[in-house]
Design a protein around this ligand. Structure first.
Ligand SMILES: [Zn+2]
Length: 672
């Protein structure tokens, strides 16, 4: 056991870790360095790897404004060049490929699927978000952090849903970012035009552990984040400005008066407009020109007039930002994150806050919904979510203010759909029918987007039809007044999906927890905060990659050697007795990254069938099998246990686990 990997299974604070280490008497290496410094040193040494491309961490210099009082009492602003850590991408990729066979194998697999050359480099995806560690209630949280992460579209859904494959690029306290001349946009510009970032365009020779040498090229392609982060990175006004959407030159919101009604050109449209042919799309050249125009007009106009000009262009003037430098084109790179559009104060919340009160009036109260949900059995990987979901429908919650986190939304919408499909309403008027119809349509959109997250499969046409159908149904049910800017943003998703995979930020929200824990454990916030936090997070990322890299493919959890004669006999009957050496079995398996299944779970198969899991096994050459009992469909989500349904199937055939309700000894109602 190396010192750096101790205490890694569950997060343990540095001081708790010290206490644990003091108790470990058997390992002399530990006794010698059972101190905070010892642990840090061990982690740092992982990061000290030298590569032909230099150290893993490089530096950028940013201009930070520092205010000071002059003798006369006036305030003076000085620019202090300040160094911040940045991931040396070339060195990092070279290092992980050279030293981690699992990661290298993954890279090689993806490289053979998507070969890259100088003219067709891999596409980098950049993600930014503000992370809030420390006391969430404090008015000034000095530990808030702007985090940048980076991955590649060519990693596919399989790779992008793994936290470890989003590499930390830079982590800087928000309080520092706010003092950088030009703010977040300026920092973003400095990052994406840094040597470390641009070097990958000219290629990097990777030495794979197999002896293969590969030239690797990559270039910035997609920027994904929530609206707030995109607004700050690109200096556009967004929902607070006259032009709500940075991608369209003619979409406005009623919060600024009824502009479309007063518009004589007939070109302006409200966010409730769902005919995408009417959107006047902006080009990057127009946006760059607009930013340049602001630069020219700023010295000539009064503050008020200049603010009006900015508002009419939907942009903020920022001479240090990515638009002024043309370093990160908006139209080409920006991607709305569908998770934020739909399930983070999103369209699903609007929908349910309108629908649930109507259901309440019709007798489908929260109590009724709660008791419906409580009858379901949960797969083991979602069991700990059951209580939170039931809690959403507590007596004290208001139907008109549906509040739920992103993952809760994802779990609850299929249950509500099934509730509505099976609940008997005494009276059902047209209004309620329209509202339920709109909800069913949003569920279909979410089905498609989640399927895309899981498998990468998405038909842009199908998504476009589903989103259009939902938008129409929503307008029919609730009218224009309930449209929010995300209603319009969602209409851009199919178009984005036509030239690249849609990325959602589920992975990142999980990743933030790690950063929060490290930031919380840093005792004092000093100028060294960034350097030390970055080392902690990067050290953790390296260890995670080296520990889990072999686990990127489906695998058994706590496997045991199979000695049971009957199981071996059945395997031999099915796959030939020559495959029976070193067979392992387990009650649990990770069937795809982050998704585990256990004996007794019901699973949806890729063929659309539903099956009960009995056991997992791994044959001699690594083939992973599940012993499943396929259920017989009875219609209307009902399934019956078949007496002769048991069979071995490849684990790759499993799509996901399902919630279900036992209707009788041999029949079950499955949540679709
Ligand atoms: Zn738009």
């Amino acid at each position: 056991m190396s010192l750096a990997t101790i205490g890694r299974k569950h997060y343990v604070s540095q001081s708790a870790l010290e206490a644990v280490l003091k108790e470990v008497a058997a390992c002399p290496e530990v006794l010698d360095s059972a101190s905070r410094r010892g642990i840090k040193r061990a982690r740092d040494s992982e990061l000290d790897a030298e590569t032909p491309h230099g150290p893993l961490v490089a530096k950028i210099t940013v201009p930070v404004e520092v205010k000071s009082r002059k003798a006369a009492g006036d305030e003076e602003v000085k620019i202090v060049p300040t160094e911040l850590p940045i991931l040396n991408l070339m060195a990092w990729i070279w290092h992980v490929c050279q030293s981690m066979p699992g990661v290298a194998a993954f890279f090689q697999r993806q490289l053979s699927k998507y070969p890259c050359t100088a003219t067709s480099p891999w596409r980098m995806a950049l993600y930014n978000d503000e992370i809030s560690p420390g006391n969430q209630l404090k008015a000034s949280n000095t530990r808030k952090i702007q985090g940048y992460y980076l991955s590649f579209l060519e990693f596919d859904a399989e790779g992008r849903c793994q936290e470890n494959l989003w590499f930390p690029l830079n982590l800087t306290r928000s309080s520092v970012v706010n003092k950088i001349q030009g703010g977040l946009s300026a920092l973003t510009h400095i990052l994406v035009s840094s040597e470390s970032f641009l070097n990958l365009q000219s290629g990097c020779l990777l030495n794979m552990p197999t002896g293969e040498r590969v030239m690797f090229f990559a270039k910035l392609h997609t920027v994904v984040a929530d609206e707030a982060a995109l607004k700050s990175m690109y200096d556009f006004k967004g929902s607070s400005g006259t032009l709500v959407c940075p991608l369209c030159a003619n979409i406005t919101s009623k919060t600024h008066g009824d502009l479309p009604a007063n518009d004589h050109s007939g070109e302006l449209h409200d966010i409730s407009c769902i005919d995408s042919n009417l959107f006047v799309r902006r080009t990057d050249n127009q946006i760059f020109t607009a930013q340049a125009l602001l630069a020219r007009r700023q010295p000539m106009l009064s503050k008020k007039d200049f603010a009006l000009l900015e508002s009419s262009m939907g942009l903020n003037f920022n001479p240090s930002g990515v638009l002024a430098h043309k370093s990160m084109p908006l139209v080409k790179c920006l991607m709305w994150d569908w998770m934020h559009c739909y399930v983070v104060s999103g369209l699903l919340h609007v929908e349910l806050s309108l629908l649930l009160p109507l259901l309440h009036v019709q007798g489908a109260t929260f109590q009724v919904i709660q008791s419906f949900i409580s009858e379901y059995e949960w797969p083991h990987n979602l069991k700990n979510r059951r209580r939170e979901i039931l809690h959403l429908f507590d007596k004290r919650s208001k139907p008109s203010e549906f509040k739920a986190g992103a993952s809760q939304c994802i779990t609850v919408y299929p249950l509500l759909r099934l509730f509505l499909l099976t609940h008997h309403f005494d009276t059902m008027d047209d209004e309620l029918r329209r509202c339920i119809r709109s909800f069913m349509k949003i569920c279909m959109v979410l089905d498609l987007l989640l399927e895309c997250n899981r498998t990468g499969n998405l038909s842009p046409d199908e998504l476009e039809n589903a989103i259009r159908a939902h938008s129409q149904a929503f307008l029919k049910a609730y009218g224009e007044q309930h449209c929010i800017p995300k209603f319009h943003y969602s209409l851009h998703l199919p178009l984005m999906a036509r030239d690249r995979p849609l990325i959602s930020c589920f992975t990142h929200e999980r990743k933030h927890r790690q950063v929060k824990q490290f930031a919380d454990n840093t005792k004092k916030v000093t100028d060294w905060f960034e350097a030390s936090l970055f080392k902690d997070v990067l050290g953790r990322a390296l260890l995670d990659l080296s520990e889990h890299a072999g686990f990127m493919r489906p695998h058994l959890k706590s496997p045991k050697s199979v000695t049971d004669g009957t199981l071996l006999w059945h395997l031999g009957q099915t796959f030939g007795f020559q495959t029976l050496e070193h067979v392992q079995s387990a009650m649990q398996a990770e069937v795809c990254p982050g998704q585990t299944c256990e004996r007794g779970d019901l699973v949806l198969l890729k063929t659309g069938s539903v099956a009960e899991v009995w056991l997992f096994c791994r044959l001699q050459h690594g083939e992973l099998l599940a012993l499943l009992s396929v259920l017989e469909p009875q219609g209307k989500n009902l399934f019956r246990v078949k007496q002769d349904g048991a069979q071995f199937m490849r684990v790759a055939e499993i799509s996901r686990t399902c919630l279900f309700k036992r209707m009788s000894a041999d029949s079950m109602l499955v949540v679709p």
